[in-house]
Design a protein around this ligand. Sequence first.
Ligand code: AMP
Ligand code: ZN
Length: 478
Amino acid sequence: MKFHLYNTMSRKIEEFEPFSSPTVGLYACGLTVYDFTHLGHLRKYTMDDVLIRALQYFGYSVQFVQNVTDVGHLASDADSGEDKLEKGAKKYGQTVYDVALKFEKYFFESMDAMGNLRPTVSCRATEHIREQLDMVLELEKKGYTYVIEGDGVYFDTSKLDDYGKLARLDLEKLKEGARLGIVEGKRNPTDFALWKFEREGENRAMVWPSPWSKRSFPGWHIECSAMSMKYLGNQIDIHTGGIDHIPVHHTNEIAQAEAVTGEKPFVKYWVHHNFLRVDNEKMSKSLGNFFTIDDVTQRGFHPKAMRLLFLGSHYRSELNFTWEALAGAQKAFERLVHQTTELFAAGSADVAVSEQATKLKDRFEAAIADDLNTSEAVAVLWEVLKSTLPDSQKVQLLKRIDSVLGFNFEALSSEGLGASVLAVEDLPENIRGLVAERKRAREEKNWAESDRLRDVLQAQGYLVEDTSTGQEVKKATA
Ligand code: AMP
Ligand code: ZN
């Protein structure tokens, strides 16, 4: 069965054929590590994970490169505003590097909890300054750049005859106003910063010397072109990101890469994920309307229930997050774990594969091969469980399906669902009081009292753990 993927460049679902089969080079735009990873990010990276697993299922060997943006991502796409990392450092009263490391760690912990595979290469922008600078110098040599005094080195987008092709930008309309005037000195509204200079009095923590300024730093777009090309070559099979990246970030990545190499296309398949929303607004760090994986577990939900919720909608459709929907997914997930645990316990002997099993396998493959129809794949999983197939065949199909959906039911069947963290409002009155008392003791740094209260709670059947976000309470299992 041939794998098919929607390509933003052509706006069509295309048969997938990498440049050099069976190897697939995949670059995923990574997180800007200035604040907590939220459920919107989790949706994007979980659907990336399903894509990678699907490619592996269809026999490809995936080189998965994902960057960590720890410098240069400004608050506005128009090359103005504060660097998000510097903003995060101020907010948390820590150095930019500490903030970056803290939130990079939180990102990977969140990914692990969701069951997402780690990248083959994870690369930080600050560790690839040389590569980024070299690329800007090369663009300068080729005549694509100009300098705006006291501001930065800019890419002259009028030098390319196909700039904006990914987003199908109407350059004439843009000229009339929309982006004009935001940065003084830009020759064209779509021109963008390749390298920025520290402004007077800005006092940035992250600066590097360059031929144009002693205190300067890379623009955001250059990091993805430079690092993807370093690890995957001049032409990449798949590049992923959120739909917000189409008109600016990815458009500019294409401009930089194709101008430097002269090779087209820079990317064969552009994959873009739609947003997770809350109350019909994009869940985002800047809007402050986000929930994290800790919010999920503290309310007693399993991260993989969140995974099931994500897989229930297509990655190109919007999804509105509600706790009611997650509660529904949690119930369904518990049923899945319960039923699959029983199957794994029954064990699997090799038996001839029946026609019914083959049909279900074909249906599953057809769903995944059709631009990742994950909700249909989950429906097939339920049908396998409900079917009259012998247990051994169910187990075989289950493993196959799970290798793409990524729940790891086999591990869950031995780990169980674990005691979930309880929400404060779900605790009995007296336990809630003890937890509050312990919180006070910890704030007063009265460790002896805090330890004593932990023992009291344990004696009453409740376990407390201290995490970066406070106390977590679970019911002790017998
Ligand atoms: P950022 O750190 O803001 O650059 O985001 C990292 C990735 O997550 C990008 O590809 C974004 O498009 C994506 N993203 C951010 N917010 C959401 C959301 N609410 N839903 C889905 N994807 C998102
Ligand atoms: Zn990127």
